[in-house]
Structure formats: C-alpha cells, structure tokens
Design a protein around this ligand. Sequence first.
Ligand SMILES: C[S@@+](CC[C@H](N)C(=O)[O-])C[C@H]1O[C@@H](n2cnc3c(N)ncnc32)[C@H](O)[C@@H]1O
Length: 227
Amino acid sequence: MSDEPGRGPADVDAYINAQLVGEDTVLAAALARAAAAGLPAHDVAPNQGKLLHLLARIAGARTILELGTLAGYSALAVAFALPPGGGLVACDVSADWTAIARRYWTEAGVADRIDLRLGPATATLAALAAEGAGPFDLVFLDADKQRNPEYLEWALRLTAPGSVIVADNVVRAGGLADAASEDPRTLGVRRFTELLGAAANVTATAVQTVGQKGWDGFVLALVEDAG
Ligand SMILES: C[S@@+](CC[C@H](N)C(=O)[O-])C[C@H]1O[C@@H](n2cnc3c(N)ncnc32)[C@H](O)[C@@H]1O
C-alpha cells in the first residue's frame, strides 16, 4: 500500500466517489449533515453505500431489513434501490441519531418506504418474527457487532432462499484472524463467521477493504435451499 501523497486508500476512495458515486447527491448532503451534527463517523463510506444500493438492485430486493441505522445514510442508499411498493425496516437504539435520518429521508422522498423501529435489535427482530414479517430479500447487519451471532440466527429466520445477507465491519483491522482477541466485537464477528461457514443453507464470503474507513471488510452471504 502506498504512502505517497495522492495514492493512499483515502485518495482512491475520493477518486472512486468522484467518478462513480457522485459528490453532490442527497447522500453526500446527508453525510455532511450527520458530521455537522457531531455524529460518530460510523456510517458506511459513499462507495460502500453505493455497493449496498447495487446489491439491493442486483438481488431485486423488495423488502430490506437493516440493523444499525445511525443517521440513516446506508438506509437511504438502499431505499433508493427499492421498487415501487418496496419497503425497508430500519432499526436502531438511538432516537436522537435516527431523528436526523427521518428528516432527510423525508426530504429525499423515501420516508414512506422506511419503517423505523427504535429499540434493541433483538427486541425488534422478535417483534418482526411475531408479526410474521418477511421474508426479507436483503438484510444488512451493522449494529453492535458482538451480537452478530444472534443477529445471524434471526436473519436466517426472517429470510428465504435467494435472500442476501451483508454484514459490515467484520475484518476490524485484522481482528477477524486473531484467535487470541478478547474484544467482544471481534469475538462477535469471529463467531458469526464460523456460524456462517458451518450453516448448511448459506453460501458466503468475506472481503477485506481499505479506504477512508481504514482496514475493514464485509461479509456477503446468499441464503440457499436447506435441502
Ligand atoms: C455503524 S452504526 C450504523 C451505520 C449505518 N448503517 C450507516 O452506514 O449509515 C451502528 C448503529 O448501531 C446502533 N446500535 C448499537 N447497538 C444496537 C442495538 N443493540 N440494537 C439496535 N441498534 C444498535 C447504534 O446506535 C448505531 O447507530
């Protein structure tokens, strides 16, 4: 990896965003507003948001479930991918941060497609199952990573063959490969990865990324027929 000025991972992200993502979209404005409001910069990078958008469209997703919404950036990216009549259930514990999300979902004209559920994801997942919600075509796991193993179990209950599961921040600067790690989030993504590998009805991979968010990566999984 180069340290030369103009050739580092963040420079490449800036180039990709300028060429392929667009800097003056409503998404860029949303990010700027979240930063101005002092939110932690834990939203996906613009090119990663575009990846989620593309995955949703490639999968033909009509129903999407997101765990971990923050100020609504990734939710906005996938909401733009929904066809008419499609819907996104977005879940977060923070009323303050998601209040920002609600404002620009409304401005972007997608608020009517987004069902925001406030509260711990485990409670929302249980409620969705009790309501008979789903199957979701795309599930994006981006909440508290220590609970990813539990979220995987719910995701598999709330999806069907052909559904796609994406999980962010699984590489954690190499933590994923560190068997001695005692960090709860690293333990969470390691157990999650092992469960995925052992699941009979899931085909999955994980991809490392570098960029403005540092060294991290995501899991991409396809739910298959159990038989
Ligand atoms: C990485 S941020 C999500 C970023 C967002 N997906 C994006 O890219 O724009 C993680 C979010 O998970 C939320 N969170 C943490 N623990 C949670 C829990 N137990 N249930 C639901 N949300 C949780 C946090 O409040 C935070 O907003």
